[in-house]
Design a protein around this ligand. Structure first.
Ligand code: AMP
Ligand code: MN
Ligand code: MN
Ligand code: MN
Length: 298
């Protein structure tokens, strides 16, 4: 009864925001406009497209979202090397024409091709030939050739059943096809996002293999650099991790974000807009955004 009263079940926590996903512009399998249409069908109310190190899909996505009347937030997911580990920083509400952001992303992308050649050499030695050409066929954007594209090719060869199996047997530390790479620094990624007027969000913290002490140090550095939020409800987290990272968000005074990290149907566990809402005690990163305030006024 109560939950049927107008407004009772609303509030910023109830907004279906999905602020992390990928298109063919990086390692997703759908076009930017297909992503927007799927999100809209799934009931997403605020969508951010966050391709890896690339903003090339944002203009098309933004105009399709406008046609559909869905709030759209330009985003990006920047690859960072911190303490020898790869971590990801999502930028939200960025001006995707900002020159310092564009220059930084271009530099971050530039090492991918050489790395891909080395990955292919290792895979050839492990009995999987022609992987560079094979991966490139899956890459919508050759500048963004990534381990995901290699994973899809390895599945195609029949060596593994699915992409998860690939990421257990290949492409990860200690396995064939792992090539350590130096991405942007944490300070650079946050600075580029902020220079472009955006909000820096620590992506899927539950995925990083850092000791508790290193994680604390990394989050301190992130916050000191101007990082403002952390993903809590993420397609890359297990439900147990939602609670764990909610507590961390509160402890660090960081706003909380929610994102499926959708890469494509059949590949991602969670579809666009399908995750549970953020915990009530958290401050959603979108709370004060005009896009959210407009939804609240309905
Ligand atoms: P790269 O930026 O080339 O190192 O590729 C990283 C991408 O690989 C991530 O953005 C994910 O899309 C994908 N990936 C990494 N680990 C896994 C995993 N365990 N299962 C599925 N996809 C993964
Ligand atoms: Mn990816
Ligand atoms: Mn990521
Ligand atoms: Mn992602």
């Amino acid at each position: 009864m109560l939950d049927r009263l107008p407004g009772f079940n609303r509030g910023p926590h109830r907004i279906n925001a999905d602020l992390h996903c990928h298109s063919v512009v990086s390692d997703g399998t759908l076009s930017p406009t297909d992503i927007v249409e799927r999100a809209h069908r799934n009931g997403v109310e605020i969508l951010a497209l966050t391709d890896h190190d690339e903003v090339g899909g944002l203009a098309a996505a933004q105009s399709r979202a406008m046609q559909l009347g869905m709030a759209f937030v330009p985003g990006v997911e920047v690859s960072v090397t911190w303490g020898g580990e790869t971590i990801h920083v999502v930028g939200l509400r960025i001006d995707f024409r900002d020159p310092s952001l564009l220059a930084g992303l271009l530099r971050t992308r530039s090492g991918r091709d050489g790395r891909a050649q080395e990955i292919a050499d290792q895979l050839a030695a492990a009995g999987i030939p022609d992987a560079y050409e094979g991966a490139l066929r899956y890459a919508g954007n050759p500048e963004l050739i990534s381990r995901s594209h290699f994973a899809r090719y390895i599945v195609e060869t029949g060596t593994c059943e699915d992409v998860s199996e690939v990421f257990r047997r290949f492409l990860v530390e200690g396995r064939p096809g792992y090539v350590p790479h130096r991405w942007a620094t944490l300070g650079e990624a946050v600075a580029w996002i902020r220079a472009a007027g955006g909000t820096a969000v620590m992506a899927h913290p539950g995925r990083y293999r850092l000791s508790d002490m290193c994680m604390e140090q990394m989050l301190d550095e992130f916050r000191d650099a101007g990082g403002e939020a952390i993903e809590v409800v993420s397609g890359s987290h297990t439900p147990d991790q939602y609670a764990e990272w909610a507590a961390v968000a509160q402890r660090y005074g960081l706003a909380a974000s929610r994102g499926s990290d959708f890469h494509g149907p059949g590949e991602s566990r969670h579809d666009l807009g399908s995750l549970p809402p953020l915990h009530k005690q958290l401050r959603p990163v979108w709370q004060d955004w005009p896009e959210a305030l407009a939804l609240e006024r309905r």
